[in-house]
Design a protein around this ligand. Structure first.
Ligand SMILES: C[S@@+](CC[C@H](N)C(=O)[O-])C[C@H]1O[C@@H](n2cnc3c(N)ncnc32)[C@H](O)[C@@H]1O
Ligand SMILES: [Zn+2]
Length: 399
């Protein structure tokens, strides 16, 4: 089969797929090749797809049945193809893209990988496709929404097409709204106010989880957060969805606000959707601002992350070191409190040189506090110590 644009073969995991030859679409150095090509393919998202494979395998191990999965925004098909090839006991994967050239390429890739009996490619709007599966006995075990920008336009139909106990994965690349650069867009898409803090990527995950919980609650569903992370260009979360009005009510109990003081870095969570009162900072009496409503409970499950680690050890992935480092950090911080302190920011504010992060963590631990590095920031520390204690520790270390 020939395509009307330059193509090449990409190998990822155990899949070999035809993708647009990205260099052919770069005209100026600032061009972002994946979005210039007629069909979307971004090699940088390989690790994101590796995690999808690992997460679905861990999920499959836990439910022990053959799975049906759907990737309604597939581009060249690589993600769905990898799920079919690399996850054991996958019965069916439905991949779909509204772009006809993407559909053609995805269909070609399905055949190239000898997956015609498992993977079915479609060419329609993602919401229309998902709506066709939103009925008993048609629903999927796993739905992976990996769109341009926000996943929210697809979340409702994905929730209707997911069986109770099913796994949903969401990618959001619209970090400007989620991190508070365009707050109105965030309020529109996610129903929560963002805040431009040093830990805005974690807030972004919490805003997305909160929006998912509220959408799920409309269908009497609860969410259980299993895994999430933020990178420079996107955030990603994995959650299971369970049917039941009571469970949905308790899920909503995990919503609330995070208040932040820009003068001394104090932060606190305030549970409940309906009231947010922003008093002055209890530490320095400065003015505080808030983010939310958002998800204030855990955003990763320690046991699930341990299982991801175990699954990763059994595989030969190109980004293995990076994946293992991420999982080990994520597991450490699973029990740590929300938000993190960024050492450079505090040192900047108090006008002191930056001590080693390891020394600060050791001092905090000596003082009986929880203190961990965080995957979200090289200079970040998650701790239950107050902002005042962290600043005092830094002062003492710099003496
Ligand atoms: C970020 S890309 C998907 C990348 C892919 N998931 C991967 O892992 O390589 C988003 C895709 O969504 C498709 N798309 C955009 N709007 C759509 C819609 N309403 N329905 C179906 N597909 C859509 C685009 O054509 C594009 O291929
Ligand atoms: Zn303060």
């Amino acid at each position: 089969m020939s395509f009307a644009f330059p193509v090449e073969i990409a190998c990822e995991g155990s899949a070999q797929v035809l993708v647009p030859r990205l260099e052919a679409f770069v005209e100026t150095p600032s061009d972002y090749a994946p979005s210039k090509a007629p069909v979307f393919y971004n090699p940088v998202m390989e690790k994101n797809r590796d995690f999808a494979v690992l997460a679905l395998q861990v999920f499959q191990n836990s439910v022990g049945r053959r799975l049906r999965a759907c990737e309604p925004l597939t581009g060249c098909g690589i993600r769905g193809i990898r799920l079919a090839k690399e996850v054991r006991d996958v019965q069916q994967v439905v991949i779909n893209d509204i772009n006809n050239e993407a559909f053609q390429l995805a269909q070609f890739n399905v055949e190239k990988n000898l997956l015609k009996r498992i993977v079915c490619a479609e060419n329609e709007d993602a919401n229309l496709l998902l709506s066709r599966f939103g009925a008993p006995r048609k629903r999927f075990d796993y739905i992976d929404i990996d769109p341009f920008g926000s996943p929210m336009p697809y979340v409702d139909s994905a929730l209707r097409a997911l069986r109770s106990g099913g796994l949903i994965a969401l990618t959001a690349t619209d970090l400007a709204p989620l991190c508070g650069v365009h707050p109105k867009a965030c309020i529109r898409k996610y129903g929560g106010k963002p805040l431009r803090t040093e830990y805005c990527h974690e807030l972004a995950v919490r805003l997305l989880a909160g929006a998912l919980a509220r959408s799920a609650a409309r269908y009497d569903n609860s969410i259980m957060m299993l895994f999430s992370y933020g990178s420079q260009h996107y955030i990603r979360l994995y959650a299971t969805i369970h049917h039941g009005a009571r469970k949905a009510n308790s899920s909503l109990m995990n919503m609330g606000y995070i208040k932040h003081c820009f003068s001394c870095f104090h932060r606190e969570a305030s549970p409940g959707i309906f009231k947010v009162t922003v008093e002055n900072c209890p530490e320095c009496k400065g003015a505080m601002d808030f983010a939310g409503p958002l998800w204030i409970d855990k955003i990763v499950d320690e046991d699930f992350v341990a299982l991801l680690e175990k699954e990763a050890r059994m595989r030969d992935l190109r980004h293995m070191r990076n994946i293992r480092r991420q999982l080990s950090l994520t597991k450490q911080e699973a029990k740590a409190p929300f938000a993190y302190y960024v050492v450079d920011k505090i040192c900047d504010k108090i006008g002191l040189p930056i001590p080693s992060k390891g020394d600060i963590i050791a001092e905090l631990e000596k003082g009986g506090y929880i203190a961990n590095s965080t995957y979200y920031s090289h200079h970040g520390i998650k701790t239950d110590a107050s902002a005042k204690t962290v600043a005092k520790t830094i002062r003492e270390l710099s003496k």
